[in-house]
Design a protein around this ligand. Structure first.
Ligand code: GLC
Length: 562
């Protein structure tokens, strides 16, 4: 018995008639610092990425999304941009960016780049000019400068807190050296927030979009897309911010997330991108919940996709997974947008590690030596099963570099090598995100595991990664890498990204049982083996297992649907 299909894209009134590539694409996130280092300085770079593009073709993805490689003091690993039209020398130059895009296109891969519109670096010309020009100037009006409270302006304008910890306001010294105004930074002190009520800010970002579109990129991932507009008057809010808070009905919404005004910006950007041929795509990093609010970002005249963070944070539990999948498909379907799916990125604990803890465990923001450690074996098995469930879903999937190798978080990084500003700004309470950003292991026997030509790696790689390196898994049947490849090949062959999902009845609650066109997918999140249909011949299993007694715990299988 199957339910009514949940995605009737073809006859949805809002669905564009075309089959834009991004509706069903698998998009691979490259974190430039950590992908491949061509010059041996220990930091990945654009020529390194270009040289490794054949890996993405072999893996079988459609596109790559590059985290920022723009000129930046690297206070937040490049999410602090000082020149949006230049490549940071640590990553190469503009010619290297052009070469990367050209090579990717030759290989049939699309390229999405990051854009960071909520804040600039404090080393951006605009911010330097704002400091020099002083209170009340046109230059200051591009940022959120305010006078302080208290008799001498010695108190911040309100109690907003930075996402990385500490106050979200910093006081500047005026040109004569006297203590002056305060500026808002929702993130690091080196990331001043722009004022999106200022038309100059709009014009500048339209121009930056055009700059990179003219350089041939296929789209943009919009950093902190839900944060650009702040509530009028900057009303007070005293709580610690979470990225995924505020739109959940359990919380009231902070005055800086998901404000209605953000949608005007995306309508403007939609028009810009629509002038370019080739189905360019805009994808939001909007930590917004529930799915119905995410759908607002992908209405027909706004963005094309938004990351599905409610899916990312869902535990490995059948009922919860069914619920989030249904909600996502319905909400995005209601506006004619594809659902998206994601399990890992450069800001969260890798899913191998998350699933290595009991469901319901409150996980810290970063794990260190003294913290309780995950069960790696269980985590990897569940992560592979979760990935095979994800890759069976209609819509677009995002992969994060290294997950195809089954990389866990580095959970025992020495504290003195940490670079995420979260660690210092939270007064060493939250270790932050370095553990998911450790350079890729390509070759188990080489220095820096083949990340670069030298031993250098900006974060140390665990010695256990020798066995996870690409060359230890490539062509090895049943390896994590070959399983990803197999799933991506079958996803393409069976057109699962464009398919329709129906739930299948008759299985225990802990089994996620679905049909996507001609494929039956069973993901067993429970503790016991469950019977399979008679004579079932698997297309693929998430780990090599004997299915003669049924489907074991923490395994996903794809079968021909009958
Ligand atoms: C986004 C990025 C994150 C960065 C933050 C500030 O959440 O993904 O890495 O620190 O924005 O730009």
């Amino acid at each position: 018995m199957t339910s009514e299909p949940l995605t009737k894209r073809a006859d949805h009134p809002l669905t564009a008639p075309g089959h834009e590539w991004w509706r069903s694409a698998v998009i691979y996130q490259v974190y430039p610092r950590s992908f491949a280092d061509s010059d041996g300085d220990g930091i990945g770079d654009l020529p390194g990425i270009t040289a490794r593009l054949p890996h993405l073709v072999e893996l079988g993805v459609d596109a790559l999304w590059l985290s920022p490689f723009y000129r930046s003091p690297q206070a937040d690993a490049g999410y602090d941009v000082s020149d949006y039209r230049a490549v940071d020398p640590v990553f190469g130059d503009l010619a290297d960016a052009d070469a990367l895009v050209a090579r990717a296109h030759e290989l049939g891969l699309r390229v999405i780049v990051d854009i960071v519109p909520n804040h600039t670096s404090d080393e951006h010309d605009w911010f330097q000019a704002a400091l020099a020009a002083g209170p009340g100037s046109e230059q200051r009006a591009r940022y959120l400068f305010r006078d302080g409270l208290g008799e001498h302006g010695e108190l911040p304008p309100n109690r907003w807190r930075s996402v990385f910890g500490g106050p979200a306001w910093t006081r500047v010294a005026e040109a004569d050296g006297s203590p002056g105004q305060w500026y808002l930074h929702l993130f690091d002190v080196k990331q001043p927030d722009l004022d999106w009520t200022n038309p100059q800010v709009h014009e500048e970002f339209v121009s930056v979009l055009r700059f990179w579109l003219d350089h041939g990129v296929d789209g943009f991932r919009i950093d902190v897309a839900h944060g650009l507009v702040k509530a009028e008057g900057l009303p007070d809010w005293e709580h610690e911010p979470e990225m995924l808070e505020g739109t959940d009905s359990r919380f009231s919404r902070p005055p800086y997330w998901d404000q209605p005004g953000v949608h005007d910006i995306y309508r403007e950007w939609h028009q810009v991108v629509a002038q370019y041929a080739g189905d360019r795509v805009l994808v939001a990093e909007a930590w917004v919940t529930p799915a119905a609010r995410i759908a607002d970002y992908v209405r027909p005249d706004e963005l094309h996709q938004s990351f599905n963070f409610p899916y990312l944070v869902t535990a490995w539990e059948g009922p919860a997974l069914r619920e989030v999948i249904t909600e996502s498909l319905e909400a995005m379907g209601s506006v004619g947008a594809p659902a998206t799916w994601v399990l890992s990125n450069h800001d969260v604990l890798r899913h191998v590690t998350r699933f290595g803890f009991e469901a319901g465990t409150a996980l810290p923001n970063g794990i260190g030596l003294a913290d309780s450690q995950p069960n790696h074996e269980v985590g990897l098995r569940r992560a592979r099963a979760a990935t095979m469930l994800m890759l069976a879903l209609p819509g677009s999937c995002y992969l994060y570099q290294g997950e195809e190798l089954g990389l866990p978080e580095h959970t025992t990084l020495p504290d003195d090598v940490r670079q995420d500003p979260t660690w210092a700004r939270s007064s060493h309470e939250h270790r932050g995100r370095d553990g998911c950003r450790v350079p890729m292991p390509w070759a188990g026997d080489s220095p820096s595991f083949g990340f670069g030509p030298s031993h250098n790696a900006w974060l140390p790689q665990p010695s256990s990664w020798a066995g996870l390196a690409l060359d230890a898994q490539r062509t090895v049947p049943g390896s994590t890498y070959e399983t990803y490849r197999g799933a991506l090949r079958l996803r393409r062959e069976h057109r699962l990204g464009e398919g329709e999902l129906s739930w299948v009845d008759g299985y225990p609650e802990q089994v996620v049982a679905l049909r996507n066109d001609d494929v039956l997918v069973l993901a067993n999140t429970g503790r016991t083996t469950v019977p399979l249909p008679d004579g079932a011949q698997p297309l693929l299993t998430s780990v090599p297992v004997d299915l003669s007694a049924g489907l074991p715990a923490d395994v996903t299988v794809w079968l021909p649907a009958r």
